[in-house]
Design a protein around this ligand. Structure first.
Ligand SMILES: *Cc1c(COP(=O)(O)O)cnc(C)c1O
Length: 369
């Protein structure tokens, strides 16, 4: 890596978080690694969660599933989202499980050779996204797929408010239980709990939990989770301002007497969005403020004392939590980490050592040289 802006991903801590949650729910764990493991690098996180005991990995699309297969992950792999029925031959060939989510999909699917396709039925219990709302239709879909020689591997639902509304979660769960019990068949995989439900919701209908965000230490209920990810950059220039001079596009900030401004190689193209203007970063033992507009590739901060070129700057991590950053930006931690772009180098720590520094775009370009 040449540009000094990097996201640190501590895979040991991700493993510990998985083990903590597995001990709480005492069920099999499906690690949800969609969107490149929430921006953290799917194959790296995959290796760690498998080592920690995850027995299935879930992603959102066939494209994401194929990335993991191509990178060498050979274990159980489920597409949670919608897939095209026309892609069934590929899913069979690569042994990737898919989700049956509507009668339209089922009808298209059974027109093809489905022999050996692993299917999880999606029950919509109130999220109203994908899935069967009607139990009769769900049963019909089950029979059609089973008759078409699909392997009926699982049944699942997704809670919309596990972090905030226990009554609604209970209602959704009751519908799910009813749906599962309406089908005279024992599914190998029955799953409904996301991270937050895994940490507090006690039920014995499901036999596996799907955890995503809590791998990264974020949880409404679980204590004792660790924070594995941090985002850093480095100061590459400082300058002393005269009173009245302005900073950046739009001249939105005017310096007072003897202000020191440091420039950082991070901007909105890295996922450090413009709404960060006015927020804090942490540098050389104290907090500093982002002043002026965040640019595409650079950001200016106001510091109280001059620091050497190359001084590290924490965007979030030990001193600024991801949760605080999300609150200040009126969003959720998921969005912050998913937005950290491919331009930012990922530094992996695993087995207490720096394993790999990866800048995916640079790596790809070197491979094609
Ligand atoms: C994203 C997702 C999850 C994981 O949710 P977290 O809140 O990150 O644990 C689980 N199930 C489905 C269907 C999802 O889309």
């Amino acid at each position: 890596m040449y540009r000094k802006t990097w996201m640190e991903v501590n895979l040991d801590k991700i493993e510990n978080n998985l083990k903590t949650l597995k001990a709480i729910c005492n069920k099999r764990i499906i690690a949800v690694l969609k969107a490149d493991a929430y921006g953290c690098g799917d194959i790296h996180v995959a290796r760690a969660v498998v080592e920690a005991g995850a027995q299935m990995i879930a992603v959102s699309s066939l494209d994401e599933a194929l990335v993991l297969r191509n990178e060498g992950y050979q274990g159980k792999l489920l597409i949670l989202g919608a897939s095209e029925a026309s892609d069934i031959p590929m899913m069979i060939k690569e042994n990737i499980s898919c989700t049956a989510y509507s009668m339209d999909w089922v009808k298209l699917a059974i027109r093809q050779d489905c022999h050996g396709l692993n299917v999880h039925l999606k029950v919509d219990t109130g999220m109203n996204r994908i899935g069967f709302r009607d139990i009769h239709e769900l049963n019909q879909a089950f029979s059609l797929l089973k008759d078409a020689q699909c392997s009926m591997e699982g049944i699942f639902t997704h809670f919309c408010c596990a972090d905030s509304d226990i009554d609604l979660t209970n209602k959704q769960f009751a519908r799910f239980k009813e749906a599962v019990e309406s089908i005279p068949y024992t599914f190998p995989w029955v799953h409904c709990d996301n991270s937050d439900a895994t940490a507090f919701f006690k039920e014995d209908t499901s036999n596996a939990c799907r955890i995503g965000i809590s791998l990264y230490g974020i949880s409404t209920y679980a204590k004792d989770l660790e924070y594995p990810i941090s985002l850093y950059t480095k100061v590459f220039m400082t300058k002393h301002m005269h009173a009245g001079e302005t900073i950046g596009y739009g001249a939105t900030y005017t310096a007072g007497e003897n202000e020191i401004i440091a420039t950082l190689p991070i901007g909105y193209a890295d996922g450090f969005i413009r709404a960060n203007q006015g927020r804090k970063v942490y540098v050389d033992g104290e907090y500093a403020t982002v002043v002026g507009r965040v640019c595409m590739d650079q950001t200016m901060i106001h510091i109280n004392k001059d620091v050497p070129i190359g001084t590290p700057v924490e965007i979030f991590g030990e001193h600024i939590s991801l949760e605080d950053m999300a609150n200040e930006l009126h969003t959720i931690p998921y969005e912050i980490i998913c937005l950290i772009s491919g331009r930012v180098t990922r530094r992996y720590i695993w087995h207490h050592q720096i394993q790999d520094e990866e800048n995916s775009r640079l790596v790809k370009s070197l491979q094609s040289r």
